[in-house]
Design a protein around this ligand. Structure first.
Ligand code: PFF
Length: 455
């Protein structure tokens, strides 16, 4: 196997951590986590989510990076090469194909929601949040999603931004952006938590997030548990090859397990901080935690409208959220573009344009589902909600399950031991093997079976 990728390499271990954290931390933490937690009753959901991160997410992230680094190609070709090297079926490349499908679907709605963030940057800059009450804030959000032209404009701008970076190659540009962005986002979230602690109903927010009410979880049937697992995959960028391709640009010397621990802890902290910033305000203003995807766009402007310096903080918040979404979106497009470059021998620029335009078209269907096509539903969900639900709760866990099986059962232990470093300590390696061979796959299968009502 080669020791470098034709698509470029990270300049350092820190660059990889930043890029992978940039991929993990995004709308999933700040937009999706609070709204899905709210829909599933809070505390018990959060507990299951954290358990899924630790017992399923972490071992699978180690596996995904390891496979990427070993293969050093796009996920499709990596899986094909690794399978053939192990004497396994070439059907394993289907895992890469599934990832491409998931990437297209996720990015199409992700870009539309990132577009909402862009719209809110301009509203914040213009002082549009000043003195808002909850009702006015809701009206602003509803007016935005009811307007296909505005949604299209923002979606187009965001996809243009993503294509621009991916066309230049992720190693240049991305590293610089994330280096200052992550600490800034973290600090600002802390400021907002402090504000929420003073002005909001912090006690209610805290107990909502951290006091598990298992009745709620059971009431939701298997769906709440499935959503918690799906959120863990989505938030950690697992199961579709995004982290795999980032792993393929990582130097052979870097310790995978150490990096994964850092990324998983940061990602989880950001989600919990977002929850702590939002729910106290939700309760202080009598808002509905389970209202759905509009939750932060409805809630936070009310807080910014009331807090001292709110115009500045509001602007800063949505700018940082946009950057966080940008660095995640880049990782969603990268596996597709790397594959196009390898398979069709076209330039990176052309590959980025082709892939980007396809996503852009799918995104139009998503944004129309919020207004013109709102009557068009499947399983009671419009296109955007359906893409969101199916990718996070089905495609990503399925991809993760296959990655775990491949890394735990198909890949020779000499390879995995070599990748994880003999100095890693036998015990840690054994623990990872136990998780990736038995615990993680069994957990994913049980959650699936539970969700469809078989257990
Ligand atoms: N992890 C990103 C977020 O939390 O916003 C979203 C994401 C990126 C999901 C890359 C999946 C992925 F492969």
């Amino acid at each position: 196997m080669t020791s470098t990728s034709i698509h470029g390499m990270w300049s350092s271990r820190l660059a990889f951590i930043l890029a992978a954290t940039g991929s993990a931390v995004g709308l999933g933490n700040i937009w999706r986590f609070p709204y899905v937690a709210g829909q599933n009753g809070g505390g018990a959901f959060v507990l299951v989510y954290v358990l899924c991160v630790a017992l399923i997410g972490v071992p699978i992230m180690i596996a995904e990076i390891m496979l990427g680094r070993r293969g050093r190609q796009s996920p499709i070709n990596t899986m094909r090469a690794l399978a053939s090297a192990q004497g396994a079926s070439s059907a394993w490349q289907l895992l890469g194909w599934m990832g491409i499908l998931a990437g297209f679907l996720i990015l199409s709605f992700y870009s539309v929601v990132a577009g909402w963030t862009l719209a809110y940057i301009f509203r914040a800059a213009g002082g549009g949040f000043t003195g808002l009450d909850a009702e006015q804030s809701n009206a602003i959000f509803l007016a935005l999603v009811a307007d296909p032209e505005r949604l299209l404009a923002w979606h187009t701008i965001f996809m243009g931004m993503v294509m621009m970076v991916v066309a230049r190659g992720v190693a240049s540009g991305l590293e610089q952006a994330v280096r200052f962005l992550m600490p800034a986002l973290f600090l600002l979230l802390l400021v907002m938590v402090v504000y929420a602690a003073q002005a909001g109903d912090f006690q209610a927010g805290l107990s909502y997030l951290f006091k598990p009410d298992f009745g709620q979880l059971l009431e939701g049937g298997g769906d709440a548990i499935l959503s918690a697992m799906g959120q863990a995959f989505f938030s950690l960028s697992l199961g579709m090859g995004a982290i795999m391709i980032y792993g393929s640009y990582l130097s052979s010397q870097a310790s995978i397990s150490q990096n994964v621990a850092i990324i998983a802890v940061m990602d989880t902290l950001v989600a919990l901080l977002a929850g702590l910033a939002i729910f106290p305000i939700v309760f202080a203003y009598g808002l509905e935690p389970g209202e759905g995807p509009g939750l932060i766009f409805h809630t936070l402007p009310v807080a910014f409208g009331q807090m001292p310096g709110g115009q500045f903080f509001g602007l800063l918040f949505f700018v940082l959220l946009m950057f966080a979404a940008w660095t995640s979106a880049i990782s969603l497009l990268e596996p597709i573009v790397a594959w196009l470059v390898e398979h069709r021998s076209i330039s990176r620029v052309r590959a980025a344009v082709w892939a980007g335009v396809t996503v852009w078209l799918l995104g139009i269907a998503c944004l129309l589902s919020l207004n013109v096509w709102s009557g068009l539903t499947l399983f009671d969900k419009g296109i955007l909600d359906l893409f969101d639900y199916v990718t996070a709760n089905v495609l990503l866990p399925l991809g993760g399950l296959l990655i775990a099986i491949f890394a735990g059962w198909v890949l020779k232990t000499t390879v995995s031991r070599d990748e994880l470093g003999a100095t890693n300590g036998q015990l840690l390696y054994q623990l990872w093997r136990l998780l990736v061979r038995f615990i993680a796959p069994a957990a994913v299968v049980l959650v699936f079976l539970n969700a469809i009502g078989l257990i």
